[in-house]
Design a protein around this ligand. Structure first.
Ligand code: GDP
Ligand code: ZN
Length: 312
């Protein structure tokens, strides 16, 4: 698909009439590729005062000279994932995500600390998280993993068993993606690319075509891109998982990110309870009463000690 020539002011319409809503689908250097309501893609410039924008952002834009557009307004976001970028600043990576699908497998072995870390980030950004257990065709019995999955399920996370190879569970996977904006996360080798290819057979990337036609292709490889799914819905493909790290997470965020702690945290005796060996800790009491599973709490402590190391 080619970049659409933006409409001129034929009918003496005012500038405001020319404004239209669009969706940012990729970065191309300093410009943004914006998908219009008609499904075309226009290369838009933006104004510094509007702040940094990213894939998934909804904007108002107006046509300018030479087939281009100008973004005039950033519409309110429902969610935003950022990554740290020096000087304690952060850069937005994906906006308006409805859900993150945390992909893992038995081989490579599932790193539960990493899974928890993704979930903590999602809890803190109010983004729904689901677990996708890929490669079940391998039929590997792993008691520790099965126990962990059962626990995730009990605390309210949906677990989808799937195989990109045998296609088992692919229908359910597609239904989960339908009409939502999603992102896949997970360690390398678990099958994220395979799953992406399974739902985007021809990677009908408007952004890909756009970058090609405007000779800005070299800019597109390192940033996130938004793909339209054939059955409705969108998938944001983001290289790297740094957005899900711990650098933007405080100790309090971390505890909150363990969703089964949330009901107990307000009942700790002290507001600044660390939920370690603190007096009157309601989280620790809940573990003693069998309300919180010790394995998740142990992982909370491990991640917490990493936070302290990060800070120091
Ligand atoms: P990514 O790094 O998460 O994007 O993982 P890839 O999609 O590149 O997959 C890593 C390896 O796992 C490749 O060799 C895939 O062929 C393989 N793989 C992906 N999905 C499955 C699956 O469902 N079953 C099996 N047995 N292998 C898979
Ligand atoms: Zn506490």
């Amino acid at each position: 698909m080619n970049v659409k020539r933006s409409k001129t002011n034929k009918n003496n319409r005012t500038k405001t009439d020319d404004m239209a809503e669009g969706l940012v689908v990729s970065h191309l250097g300093k410009s943004l590729a914006v998908e219009t309501a008609d499904g075309d893609v226009v290369l838009c410039h933006t104004r510094r005062r509007l702040g940094l924008m990213t894939v998934g952002d909804r904007v108002l834009w107006e046509p300018t000279e030479g087939n281009l557009g100008l973004i005039v307004k950033l519409l309110p976001r429902v969610s935003l994932l950022s990554r740290p970028s020096g000087n304690s600043k952060s850069r937005p990576v994906a906006a308006n995500l409805d859900q993150v699908l945390v992909v893992f497998s038995a081989r490579p072995r599932c790193d539960l600390l990493l899974v928890d870390q993704y979930l903590v980030n999602c809890e803190n950004h109010s983004i729904k998280a689901l677990l996708v257990y890929n490669k079940i065709d391998l039929d590997i019995k792993d008691q520790q993993l099965e126990f962990a999955l059962d626990l995730y399920h009990r605390i309210g996370y949906e677990v989808l068993p799937i195989s990109a190879k045998s296609k088992f569970g692919l229908g359910q996977f597609k239904r989960t993606l339908k009409n939502r904006t999603s992102m896949l996360a997970g360690q390398s080798g678990v099958g994220k690319s395979s799953l992406t290819n399974a739902v985007l057979p021809d990677k009908n990337l408007k952004t890909g075509t756009l970058s090609h036609s405007s000779h800005h292709g070299k800019h597109t490889t390192t940033t996130a891109k938004l793909y339209n799914l054939p059955d409705g819905g969108r998938l944001i493909d983001s290289p790297g998982v740094s957005v899900f790290g711990l650098s933007n997470i405080s100790a309090a965020d971390l505890a909150y990110g363990y969703r089964e702690f949330q009901d107990y945290i307000p009942h700790c005796k002290f507001n600044d309870c660390r939920h370690l060996d603190d007096k009157g800790c309601a989280v620790v009491a809940a573990i003693d009463h069998g309300k919180i599973e010790i394995s998740r709490y142990d992982r909370f402590r491990k991640l917490r000690s990493k936070l302290v190391t990060n800070a120091g």
